[in-house]
Design a protein around this ligand. Sequence first.
Ligand SMILES: [Zn+2]
Length: 338
Amino acid sequence: MKRLIPTAAVLLAMTGWNVAAAQQPAQPPARSITNITGQLYRAQNANHYTVFLVTPEGVIMSDPINRDFARWLKGEIATRFRVPVRYVLYTHKDWDHASGGVVFADTAEFVGHVNMLKALAPPAGNPPLTGDDAKLDANRDGLIARAEATPASAVGQRFDLFDYNRDGFVSGAEIARGSISDVYAPTTTFTDRHTVTLGGKRVSMVYLGTAHSDDSAVLHFPDERAVFSADILQVRRLPNALSPTVGSFIDALATITALDFEHALTGHALAGTKKDAEESLRYLRELADGVAKGIAAGRTVAELQKSLTLDAFKGFERWDTVREAHIASVYATLKGTK
Ligand SMILES: [Zn+2]
């Protein structure tokens, strides 16, 4: 494939962006560390959260989130607790939770579901650019050059995380793989369940099936009676997309609520209790039941989007923006058209 040298105009445009970026005041993300119970802590980086458990022999933590945050957290842990991070336990592969683990590679073992390794494999095949990504390819050479990636686009914002082979171009295969180039690969994998022990403490990872991504695990802290899950367990907040199906989310939340816990710790927004996890499961079941009954009664999607209001969940974040899409998604699944 031909790779064109950027024109002078393109280079000038790039310089313009860099100047604009340099003039933006640096907004440090909101960061905090909150004690949950005992030696279990929840740490925040803007809208993302992770957890860590301190033991006399070191720290067992979950997602590193990104390099800047991981460096900050490593410093905080060293200063406050004077022990190294011994384990990084991944909730799933997505770039916004799993990036930056390399910061802990000098002392930690990394554990993830076996499907995470598959997802991190080199980009395969030669799929074409599609949709908005194809529109970025101004010179239509089948690749997005750095200068073609507008600052507002996903590729523009995370160019280096997509550009697996660091050749300055993002291909269709690199987009299909995702912006996961800074995700440090697990050194230990598991299929159904995995338990790590350190300093007299235990943390178990339990596989959650195909909901959201096919490599998700919930972390269970039995002594602290806590769980941590990113993007599947939410507190008073509905999932974004029910991908691949509502059934996968029901199964995953049923797996989580079967565990013994009091503290429901999430990768985004609020933390809560087991009752909150059960409420999220109840939303999914009422959604699925409501759509199934509607289909049996010969209703259309549009009719159900009007009548199936699921009012009990009105106060949940995203209720007003995702409820109709959830109904359409469940409808398509039950009709077999998805
Ligand atoms: Zn995710």
